[in-house]
Design a protein. Sequence first.
Length: 402
Amino acid sequence: KKTVRDIDVQGKRVIARCDFNVPMQDGKITDDTRITAALPTIEYLRDHGAKVILMSHMGRPKGEPKMEFSMKPVADRLSEYLKQDVVFVSSPAVVDDAVRRAAAELEDGQIMLLENVRFRKEETENDPGFALELASLAEIFVQEAFGTAHRAHASTAGIADYLPAVSGFLIEKEVKFLGSAVENPMRPFVAIMGGAKVADKIGVIRSLLSKVDTLIVGGGMAYTFLKAKGLEIGTSLLDEKGVELAGDLMREAEEKHVRFLLPADVRVAAAFDNDAASEVVPVDAIPQDRMGMDIGPETVKLFSEAVREAATVVWNGPMGVFEMPNFAVGTRKIAEALAESDAVTIIGGGDSAAAVKQFGLGDRMTHISTGGGASLEYLEGKTLPGIAVIPELRVPFIGGNW
Ligand code: 3PG
């Protein structure tokens, strides 16, 4: 794909779509990974003399200018990191005369951030008029929003109808790691899937079954698979509609000679509560009135062994209710197994990325994706609309037209 390296940005107005949809609590950013991940591209544009216009969505304000979803805290954080004032014009319309003026007045190396693009309902409708409003602010479009690349919205896809489009370094990095993991993995290739709903992961599990040597299912989803094997799961999370699918997937794994690992033992509790009394039981002895909250020590051993033998590991979804300290052990142990392994370790975004960071093991992974839904769709082999709009780099051949 064409990247910012392939174009001359000196003196040009460049509009870059980032994914600054960061978790917030009481008006404060609680994890700014998505901001720091975009800095190399922003700094590159700035240092090469571009007038930089950044845009992103935050949350799902559904076309209403709700101030709790304002990009202002992001503008402040960017100013701190970039050590320069990032211009922020608070406009509920995202683009208006004041914003156009501010964009026109930018000097080389200056940076501005637009208000939340989802303050306009036309954003998620991929409305050509809104895409053109955004495009009219600049001369070049840079796609840097990997986390939102699975959405065909005005700022992620439509805008490329009006401006030459290139990708930023984050897109390049995500595609490199996620792409090589699924297309050309070093073997043994082990995928670890967790999280609550089978339905959310069905596509990616199915697609990975054609690629991996071992597929591990843990977390809330595992109980649906255990149920499909005919085991009693007490009051554990059950995705009823997913039982049949789970059975199909296990059969498919067998046909494809993929080793399919499920928990052997689990930590169960009487209530969905960190302080609930809990015990470890084998999966074929889950009491009727108990729910599975985490994987047990035997399972940790089993899964960690598979990780130790792997050359590539892709992990998406926690192994238990890791938000509750008493049920975070399994997820932490698996994160530690990845951290200690020599394999290429790739963490699909969302909860597993949050877990790895919470345990302070972020630096020990090969790559932590900034995409949740986007990384799943990418691993599934789907075409992401936000990436599809970036043209391939065409190399001229001597004497020919191109
Ligand atoms: C994400 O956090 O997954 C992305 O920012 C996309 O957000 P969305 O699911 O609201 O489109």
